[in-house]
Design a protein around this ligand. Structure first.
Ligand SMILES: C[S@@+](CC[C@H](N)C(=O)[O-])C[C@H]1O[C@@H](n2cnc3c(N)ncnc32)[C@H](O)[C@@H]1O
Length: 283
């Protein structure tokens, strides 16, 4: 068990990725380092490249994995081909992507990811790039915000919520955004709040664009037979991956094509309840 973030489906992931003793495994979203550490221990002769977009998380990973077989890189997983090339590494024989944000980020109020704590409305994984959520929302029209909430949050009340967001002139903090949602949602606001915050996070970090780039380029840096495991938490990203593994010329779905967390894990870790592990193999 990792402090701060409970890694999802650890046993299934280690078995899938490490059973053939791959030489190089990429962890594209190292986060709290939980999966990275398990893979590192399972492959004492192997090498792990751990990517992390968030500089604060990467700082902790550098310290944690100093002197091990893990090389930490503070960059988006879209930079994998470039890094493998410049370091003259072999192609990867295993890869893991655990999409979204970590509990550590969610539970740090000043990052602005959670409707449960007060903080600046930021939500960027990397605060040195792009604009915070407050500015992104300010620059958008009501219709654009409604579309984003509907698409990325799968929230049916997107239009009234978008109107309330645009009417809240301040919109500087997580409380301002949460208040705008609560002002128009009748009944328990917890689910709409979670969906709206998720939607804005996906928008601010351009998460689906990063995923699209990853999928389009993955065949360049993976060896034939390379096993790829992707943990998804959202139907849009899950569908993109399913279609890629099913229809791409370079990948096929593993048998079975996906796994779900066991009931005991879902009981222990609420984040696991919406998780699905997609499995693909490089042809
Ligand atoms: C769910 S957490 C990973 C948790 C990790 N598997 C563990 O066991 O501790 C996802 C991490 O991916 C990072 N991330 C999100 N988008 C990324 C991207 N495009 N490239 C690299 N890291 C990204 C987030 O900053 C976050 O730390």
């Amino acid at each position: 068990m990792e402090p701060g973030h409970l890694s999802i489906m650890p046993d299934e992931i280690v078995e899938y990725l490490c059973s053939s003793s791959p030489e190089l495994v990429v962890d594209g979203t190292s986060g709290g380092g939980g999966h990275t550490s398990l893979i590192s221990h399972a492959l004492p002769q192997g090498r792990i490249l751990a990517f992390e977009r968030d500089p604060a998380a990467a700082e902790d990973l550098y310290v944690r994995f100093k002197g091990t077989n893990v090389t930490v890189i503070n960059a988006s997983y879209t930079k994998i081909p470039e890094i493998i090339n410049t370091k003259s590494l072999p192609k990867a024989e295993g890869a893991l992507f655990d999409l979204g944000l970590s509990s550590i980020q969610l539970d740090t109020p000043e990052r602005g990811f959670s409707h449960r704590t007060s903080g600046p409305l930021d939500m960027r994984y990397d605060r040195s790039q792009g604009k915070p959520a407050s500015e992104v929302l300010r620059a958008m029209t009501e219709k654009q915000i409604a579309d984003a909430i509907f698409r990325y949050g799968e929230e049916g009340r997107s239009r009234v919520i978008a109107r309330a967001i645009k009417q809240n002139r301040k919109l500087l903090t997580t409380d301002d955004l949460a208040e705008a949602v609560r002002s128009v949602v009748k009944g328990n606001p917890v689910k709409p709040l979670a969906r709206v915050f998720q939607a804005i996070r996906i928008l601010v970090n351009r998460e689906l664009e990063h995923l699209e780039t990853l999928l389009a380029e993955m065949h360049h840096w993976t060896e034939s037979g390379c096993r790829v495991a992707i943990l998804t938490f959202h139907s849009l990203e899950d569908r993109m991956i399913k279609l890629h593994f099913r229809d791409s010329d370079h990948f096929q779905q593993f048998d079975p094509p996906w796994l779900l967390p066991a009931t005991a894990e879902k009981r222990k870790n609420s984040r696991a309840r919406s998780a699905r592990l997609r499995l693909g193999v490089r042809l």
